[in-house]
Design a protein around this ligand. Sequence first.
Ligand code: SIN
Ligand code: CO
Length: 390
Amino acid sequence: MVQVDKPLDLLGGLTPNEFMKNYWQRKPLLVKGAFKDFQNPISPDELAGLSLEEEIESRIVIENGNTPWELLHGPFDMQTYHNLPETNWTLLVQAVDQVMPNVAELFKPFQFLPNWRFDDIMISYATEGGSVGPHFDYYDVFLIQSLGTRLWKIGPPADSHSPRLDHEHLRLLAEFKQSDEWLLEPGDMLYLPPQYAHYGIATSNCMTISVGLRAPSSEEILVHYTDFLSQFLPEEERYSDADQQAISSNSYFIDKQVIKRLRKILQMALADDQKLITWFGQYVTEPRYPERLIGEDISEVALKELIKNSAIIVKNPSAKLAWTEYANESILFASGYSRNFPKPYNELLKLICETDSLYEGNLANWLGDSIALTLLTELIKQGTLEFFNE
Ligand code: SIN
Ligand code: CO
């Protein structure tokens, strides 16, 4: 349970309730000393090491390299690092939470937000003067300073009409109007709502951890949901106009009745909340790197035996889970799939989603239950859950 009315250092002494009411999605919040005695979870060398790996997404931004804001895409090699200038570059590594459990721990202080809203934890290392330029993002972010110092300049919200520098990948603002400026030291945190212009410049070699959120765009929602719905729409369901009157003139004219009939089709298709929640849960639990979910073939009998013999089951760090209730059923979403259960299974669904590990102790009530065992077996086969190997 999160105590939502307890002041937190993380939020500069605000309670989660106050933060949500006054800052969330509304305005930036600077918190000096958000993390007391902050331990940097990853060294610059370890971060650079990750950027050499094939399956890890990484970028380097060099200010005034071959272009004003040169962008290189990983994986990199040692030569890349030898060729970099002394200063004014930034390495950014995506989804570090999926490969370093101590980085994934950084989601925990933010449990007062819905889990599905979290995207990934990106970590950057910048040499002095390094910056990715003045830009805006479409997502909320908690920027935690983990090493050295960075000067954050903040400007008013920008949008798709704001003049931009001509850059294929970086959303760089052509005009940056500064309204605030804050120097962040290790353990400090800056919360930025979507679209706020920001420009962070390393004032010493520094590292910044971005706990990033996600919010599907209206375009994504419409395109993906209608694609999902299409599987339920038979050929015979189509435009019909038994009420059409004979027309005496203007046969090329599309009249208002057509709009009404079309709108009715759309409204009927969009009216089903159960389909909407099912699609949504599947959509937000789709793994970003599905190739990292490696299922294991196991029978229910073997699984039960293993658990009784002290096996520990954990979530694959690349898997996403969520659950909900609809009418008199509960639904578990796991890595893009969904399964419905009677409501008494809520406790199990909650346990699977929330706990760090499943073992005989917390599964005691479920080991004799065939529905529960089938679910656990399926999740292991699918790769959402896996055995913990020390
Ligand atoms: C950075 O860590 O350098 C950039 C983070 C951001 O601006 O979103
Ligand atoms: Co940004």
